[in-house]
Design a protein around this ligand. Structure first.
Ligand SMILES: [Zn+2]
Length: 387
């Protein structure tokens, strides 16, 4: 869009964003319901009247109709124009940065995926694999073709470390919250193997700093072997979480005790755990490619074990890591936790009790880090007197 003056580009981005936001409303509603996102045409959910082209005009039609269906006067949720306006504003913001067109298309896709993921998570407490892995593949594709958003080695590392970090937060959090009780065993490719990979990766990374060959990714190999063994045997061989996660945490401490750098041990731990978590989720996605959410089945499968964070968040962290890189991903997580704490406190004051899942906060943190990450880091370094 380099040939056009900037105000025109921003207006175009706003219009395109509002149209895409209108499509995102359809995705948010239909994907978890297991319906096609392209057919049939949009209808009023109460009277079934097919919406006319005029009624499909983003934002404007809702305002003109004063938030009601033209046929049956049923109220239409303000969520629809909200999603359209949000998409339009973020698309304009991206255009204001004046990236080249291929890059701009990638940024718009990043925004659209995060908006869809956030609202689906709010509605269903799940993050669809198709959107999460779509973000990972798109980020890696851009990295390989354009070196954008990052050169591919940084994108890959960011994705693995990001998924590994959130997988371990889920692992240690679950272990503490459930008072060292073992998590349910899912065969052949369950959470236990992520914790095994973390343990082997942590000690491999440590031994690699002694022996010279980096062995931090060994955890990924061992985890995959364990998974294929489980599949062949038809039962689940797994070490208890308390053992694997306990030994994983000991490795960086041992490095400190031996006068070695704990960082290589931590790197092996996160890379192995992240790699295995993403491989495992990819395996389950291939086994069950539908994004349909069966809320009753989810509730019934509860075994008394409370997971503090879902593996959808793990894959989303991998998605963000691919796009942001490791350092900016940490900033995104920080913003997510901060925003979650602030909103949690406000809602407590107001007496709200229905929980907001973590996905929307992660998406918010991801967008803040993507657009303002470098500015924020520079400001912070200046603030503490380092730059
Ligand atoms: Zn109607």
């Amino acid at each position: 869009m380099d040939g056009f003056p900037l105000p025109l580009q921003v207006v175009f981005a706003f219009l395109l964003g509002s149209l895409l936001g209108s499509f995102l409303n359809v995705v948010i509603y239909r994907l978890p319901a297991g319906l096609s996102v392209v057919r049939p045409r949009s209808r009023c959910p109460r009277c079934g009247q097919v919406l006319s082209p005029l009624e499909l005009i983003p934002i404007v039609s809702w305002v003109v109709q004063r938030g009601r269906c033209r046929s049956c006067q049923a109220p239409i949720s303000p969520r629809y124009p909200l999603v359209e306006a949000l998409t339009a504003m973020l698309f304009s913001l991206a255009a204001l940065w004046r990236p080249a067109l291929p890059e701009l298309l990638f940024i718009w896709a990043f925004i659209a995926l995060l908006i869809a993921l956030s609202f689906i998570d709010i509605d269903t407490q799940t993050l669809p694999n198709s959107l999460n892995f779509g973000g990972i593949f798109l980020g890696m594709l851009g990295a390989l073709l354009l070196g954008f958003p990052l050169p591919w080695p940084e994108a890959l590392e960011g994705g693995l470390l990001g998924a590994g970090l959130v997988a371990l937060l889920a692992g240690y959090g679950g272990l503490l919250y459930n008072r060292l009780k073992d998590s349910p065993r899912e065969g052949p490719f369950g959470v236990h193997l992520v914790h095994l990979a973390a343990m082997v990766g942590a000690w491999g990374g440590l031994l690699g700093t002694v022996g010279g060959v980096w062995l931090g990714s060994l955890g990924l190999v061992v985890g995959l072997l364990n998974a294929s063994l489980n599949a062949r045997l038809g039962r689940v061989l797994a070490l208890p979480d308390a053992l694997t996660l306990g030994l994983a945490a000991l490795a960086p401490l041992a490095a400190l005790g031996l006068g070695l750098s704990p960082l290589e041990s931590l790197r092996g731990l996160l890379l192995s755990a992240g790699g295995l978590a993403l491989a495992g989720m990819f395996y389950w996605w291939l086994r069950n490619p539908s994004d349909k959410v069966d809320l009753e089945a989810e509730a019934q499968s509860a075994s008394g074990y409370v997971s503090v964070m879902g593996y959808g968040d793990v894959v989303l962290a991998g998605f963000l890591g691919v796009w942001l890189g490791w350092a900016q991903l940490l900033l995104a997580l920080f913003v997510a936790v901060l925003a979650g704490a602030v909103v949690g406190l406000v809602r407590q004051r107001l007496g709200g009790n229905n929980q907001i899942p973590f996905g929307p906060y992660l998406a918010l943190g991801g967008l803040v880090a993507f657009f303002w990450g470098e500015t924020l880091v520079r400001w912070y370094l200046g603030y503490i007197g380092l730059a």
